[in-house]
Design a protein around this ligand. Structure first.
Ligand SMILES: *Cc1c(COP(=O)(O)O)cnc(C)c1O
Length: 342
């Protein structure tokens, strides 16, 4: 057992980068993946003509490890992240990372940084960031012949400073994060670059996050920048179906939990006007887990939708949150085998 660093205050960790002891790298060259290597270096040498730098050949994943009640450390649904990284890689013509390499690398990063995995039920977790990028030099627009896969990680607190507290969200129509037939369903860096102007403006206008609408007609709800959208209406869990949103693993999980709670799950187009009919709404993703929304403002016409429950999350949102985080910390039975021991 390694000793826990005494200078980390687990309960007040931000969601941010914190240096740990090791990260992992593997290289695709001459048609094969190298064995992965450990590194203590926080930096990487990059070819000046790397396709990642010029043409955005870069994608990533985000997943968490938890110290569970039995003292073991487990990753949450790493197979799903492995599969999604393959989809993203194929989506922008990169060499995919085989599932086994992905999962081994994730487990290894947790094990070699074990002392940074927050204690059971501390509210913090160990966040892993796998990255795949085109590292070979090209000047013409074409896929790289070489790729680098890295995984780093560190302890994080909640993504939004308020934690599991309702926050205001801004619906926008004048920026898109992805084109209708573009790369919205892949977890590529370029989508995030495209979302920055809108999200920074929203912060400046007093909102924690933005909700993008469909890029073709701007009539339907798509997703928040780094998180999917869901709504509760009666006994229904409703989440958008769209070509340009990322299939959130958290959202998939919440849909299953909702079904198990006897709720109906609808994945369909959601018109903006329906915001008036929902009882609870929220954003979900690995980083944020669930972020309940207190107030939605449509920036294009100033329509406002209020979802206050005395400053707390609504009852269904709370239930979903309790079950998801309960499974992750090992206090609720993991009947689907979502948790994978490192
Ligand atoms: C990563 C991401 C999410 C959340 O997905 P999870 O698998 O739940 O972490 C949602 N939307 C976008 C655009 C993302 O990149």
């Amino acid at each position: 057992m390694s000793t826990i660093p005494t200078d980390i205050n687990w309960s007040s960790l931000p969601f941010g980068y914190l240096k740990t002891d090791y990260n992992i790298r593997a290289y695709y060259r001459d048609g094969r993946w190298s064995k992965f290597e450990k590194s203590t270096d926080e930096t990487i040498p990059v070819h000046i003509a790397a396709t990642a730098l010029h043409y955005g050949q870069s994608c990533f994943e985000g997943l968490k490890a938890f110290r569970c009640r039995d003292g073991k450390i487990r990753l949450f649904r790493p197979e799903e992240n492995a599969k999604r990284l393959i989809l993203s890689a194929n989506g922008i013509m990169m060499q995919p990372v085989p599932k086994e390499i992905f999962i081994e690398a994730c487990k290894e990063v947790v094990l070699i940084n074990e002392k940074y995995v927050p204690p059971f039920m501390s509210g913090a977790s160990f966040y892993l960031r796998p990255i795949l990028y085109g590292s070979g030099g090209e000047v013409g627009v074409k896929p790289s012949k070489e790729y680098t896969f890295m995984v780093f990680g560190g302890p994080v607190g909640p993504y939004f400073k308020t934690g599991f507290k309702p926050m205001p969200m801004q619906l926008i129509k004048d920026f898109d994060r992805a084109a209708p037939l573009g790369t919205g369903m892949f977890k590529v860096g370029g989508n995030y670059a495209a979302s920055l102007r809108a999200s920074e403006r929203a912060h400046g206008e007093g909102f924690n996050t933005v909700l993008f609408t469909d890029a073709k007609d701007h009539k339907f709800i798509d997703e928040a920048g780094p998180a999917n959208f869901f709504a509760i209406k009666g006994n229904r869990y409703i989440t958008p179906d769209s070509h340009s949103i990322l299939r959130s693993i958290t959202n998939m999980t919440l849909q299953q939990i909702a079904l198990d709670l006897g709720m109906e799950v609808e994945r369909r187009h959601i018109a903006i006007d329906e915001l008036a009919e929902f009882e609870e709404i929220g954003a979900c993703g690995t980083a944020a887990v669930i972020t309940p929304v207190s107030r939605m403002v449509n920036r294009s016409n100033n329509n406002e939708y209020i979802y206050t429950m005395g400053g707390e999350a609504g009852p269904k949102t709370q239930k979903l949150y309790d079950i998801l985080t309960g499974i992750q910390s090992g206090i609720i039975e993991d009947k689907y085998g979502w948790m994978v021991e490192v």
